[in-house]
Design a protein around this ligand. Structure first.
Ligand SMILES: [Zn+2]
Length: 474
């Protein structure tokens, strides 16, 4: 399967010597994409050579691709507190297997990351793991993520958090979010909000619509997300008058209406960014009914063409996710937002769970999809369908999320194929396939609706900061 010989080096070791010729290089930092070669020596990207057409016959984007290491703004590493679902070590191994060299961990651990001591613990676990993948963290917005009082944002900023989020829940109090936007802005850091009005989603199971109605699942309205997006944007407009550096990032937006609100706010010059997930880009509510076709292949009515759409048993709890898988039109809106730049980044919302939290009836199952290792395959399916160019997808996995994080510094990535910099890149075979079997996953969370499915796009090598993070077996 692998187009490269394995490195036969230890994970974490400095890559002494690597040459990849006749590859397709994608470098969003310089805006270049085309055939070329790279050379890595002692961890440094010594040479990036772009070939002209005459030298590159037979090399195209369907072969071996080299791109900057991916950056994921939204992962749940579960440690401390829920190590049955994931540990920092298993999460970073999953990241490397997915081509990610930087991940930003959400603070909804137990205890919550609302104190620099919890960040130190995360850093300690990352160092002990031996993985060279960067583990950044969002600090909590509110103490204990309880939504009542601001956490010690200044102390968390001094300790090096990437910004602040109460992800898992929205900040219900407008007054608290307003203060957080102002305070974080003064510290030069973004606020990341999970847009959901919990009073509209209590007991909700599936996107409010035809599929939920037929299946008898309680509806989760788009308005629960859109009303919070609208409120957040109004608060941001208020805050930027006094604190021009305030920044808002809306994560895992899933509806056409939310994305349209962000589109209009950006057009008005508001300092807002957002991300969409691979599952909202490529899957739809039809999967709850047992359909297993990509969102762009669906009609929105999995029963319309009878048994040809229904291939799996319905109510698979691996599909229970927050926000829920949406309508076909919402998935199309996510892709449109990616194409026109409304969505700045693709973030996985990697949410591993132990089987005990998923092997229950649908309405009781924990929300979340284990997504780090399947993200590339899912977005490449979209590229294969001719819906989004490869270069745009790579941009949304590298320079897009890096811009959300802000000016590069020692712990913030600056993705790019830059000669003389430590090699931080992913090498993948664009056309090879792999099967998403539990044994193929490094994450402890096997809660993915893609189990058993063949995905196109096999990660061969991941190098983070000049060190080996992942090397495909022979
Ligand atoms: Zn969330």
């Amino acid at each position: 399967m692998s187009a490269l010989a394995p490195m036969r080096a230890e994970i974490g070791a400095v890559v002494a010597d690597l040459e990849i010729s006749r590859a397709w290089l994608v470098d969003p930092a310089s805006g270049r994409e085309g055939p070329g070669e790279i050379v890595v020596e002692d961890g440094i990207l010594e040479a990036v050579t772009w070939l002209d057409a005459g030298e590159a016959e037979g090399v195209d984007e369907r072969g071996v691709v080299v791109a900057p290491g991916f950056v994921d703004l939204h992962v749940h590493l579960r440690e401390p507190g829920n190590e049955d679902a994931e540990t920092v070590a298993s999460g970073l191994a999953a990241a490397a297997h997915g081509g990610f060299t930087t991940v930003c961990a959400m603070p909804n651990t137990t205890p919550a990351l609302d104190d620099p001591a919890v960040l130190e613990r995360l850093r300690g676990a990352a160092a002990t793991s031996g993985s060279p993948v960067r583990a950044l963290a969002w600090g909590a917005i509110s103490a204990g993520r309880a939504g009542e009082a601001l956490a010690a944002l200044g102390e968390l900023a001094d300790a090096g958090v990437a910004g602040f989020s109460d992800d898992g829940a929205a900040v219900a109090s407008g007054a608290l979010l307003r203060n957080a936007l102002a305070y974080a802005g003064a510290l030069g850091l973004p606020i990341v909000d999970h847009a959901e009005d919990p009073t509209l989603t209590a007991g909700a199971e599936a996107n409010d619509g035809y599929v939920a109605t037929v299946l008898g699942l309680r509806g989760w309205p788009s308005a629960a997300e859109e009303s919070v997006v609208a409120r957040d944007l109004a608060l941001l407009a208020d805050v930027v008058r006094d604190v021009p550096a305030a920044r808002l990032h809306l994560t895992h937006l899933s509806t056409a209406g939310s994305l349209d609100l962000v589109r209009r706010a950006k057009a008005a010059g508001m300092p807002v960014t957002c991300d969409v997930t691979p599952h909202h880009l490529a899957l739809s509510e039809e999967w709850l009914a047992g359909a297993r076709r990509w969102a762009w292949e669906g009609s929105g009515d999995p029963w319309a063409d009878g048994s040809r759409a229904i291939v799996e048993s319905p109510y698979a709890t691996a599909l229970r996710v927050n926000p829920p898988l949406r309508a076909i039109a919402d998935s199309a809106a996510c892709r449109e937002a990616l194409l026109d730049g409304t969505a700045d980044a693709i973030a996985t919302d990697h949410a591993p769970h132990a089987s005990v939290d998923k092997d229950v009836e649908f309405g009781l199952a924990a929300n979340g999809i284990s997504g780090l290792e399947t993200a590339l395959g899912v977005v490449l399916a979209m590229v294969d369908a001719g819906l989004v160019p490869l270069g745009r997808v790579i941009e949304a996995l590298t320079t897009g999320p890096a811009r959300v994080l802000g000016t590069p510094r020692s712990d913030r990535p600056a993705p790019g194929l830059v000669e003389g910099a430590p090699a931080d890149l992913v090498v993948f075979d664009r056309s090879a396939t792999w099967r998403v079997d539990p044994d193929a996953l490094a994450s402890r969370g096997r809660n993915t609706p893609l189990l058993g499915r063949e995905l196109t796009g096999v990660v061969l090598l991941t190098l983070a900061g000049g060190r080996l993070a992942y090397d495909a077996p022979d």
